[in-house]
Design a protein around this ligand. Sequence first.
Ligand code: MLT
Length: 406
Amino acid sequence: MYKINDNYLKLPGSYLFSTIAKKVAAYSEANPDKEIIRLGIGDVTKPLAPAIIDRLHSAVDEMAKAETFKGYAPDLGYEFLRTTIVENDYKARGCKIEADEIFVSDGAKSDSGNIGDIFAQDNIIAVCDPVYPVYVDTNAMAGRTGTYDPTTEKWSDVIYMPCTKENGFCPEIPAKTPDIIYLCFPNNPTGTTIKKAQLQEWVDYALKVGAVIIYDAAYEAYISTDDVPHSIYECEGATGCAIELRSFSKNAGFTGTRLGFTVVPKDLKCGDVSLNSLWARRHGTKFNGAPYIIQAAGAAVYTEEGKKQTGEQIAYYMNNAKTIRDGLVAAGYEVFGGVDAPYIWLKTPDKMTSWEFFDYLLENLNIVGTPGSGFGPSGEGYFRLTAFGSAENTVKAMERIKNGKA
Ligand code: MLT
């Protein structure tokens, strides 16, 4: 008789955004006349920029001709994309990253889950609390998190690093030493950031204790404040302790077309074993490459036109972030984030729990957001709104909040 991976049975509930989608679908079915504004999942709403669409079209045409047709993509991704990434995302910021340290993939979500494959099961992970749920859930699936306590909403073997108003939503070095540290900045869900000097402390700490940092920089394109690092490799010594995850979803609208990459520096070694070689082995064995047309479109993001057009989209979303921040502050809410990130993190009013506030917004104002407690116990009493809606809907949502009615 076969056996299942019963770690899956330990997982509480369903994936956060699936739970929300089900709740909203049920409400919408029961109230078909209501116009629901969705500011929940961080999914973009603007279409792909013209430079990207043009390149997609021409790449499709290439696939129609024997001379330019492409089959399987190279293991690490196409050279043209990897060198463009190195030039624009790393060299331009003074980071010493080379093309054979870039692994192109179908997105940062998959990579953030898959990266666990190259680590032993008995590593202790540390996560921010609140946190993007994929890091914890995928480690739970791998049997790395111990048992789940529904009362505390914590796993027995996970180190939780509370990120609260008191510490500026920046984690403190934990009392117990972790092996794998997950950091995400600009942060999902709190929309807050880390200064370069603070991130350097984490790098120094990881090097000292022999930990590896999985650094999720999916939202770096939203940074406008000086002194907030776009990459962990801006910190000294980071190539010896950090893996960086990057995405084309948020900077260029690839949530539906799927493209991302992971940086595993060759300096990164466990004893004398190179993590770059392990990840290359994993990637080559389990993944057959992001489609050529999507990688070609990804390279178009870095062209002059591509940068200009995607920059305009980011400015559009950040204008929404400002609308939300200003609207909430005017309505008396306590608000965080939304300056260098497309997420706004607010304190729920009147001591409502995160899910109570979710229900209130959905049922009374017909607005969907994300309950903070879905991201971890320290998210209780908070709520996340995304700036990825349309400008019209964002303004409308703030009017509903101001007027207390839909
Ligand atoms: C979110 O809403 O947190 C993100 O959209 C999730 C993701 O990027 O996978």
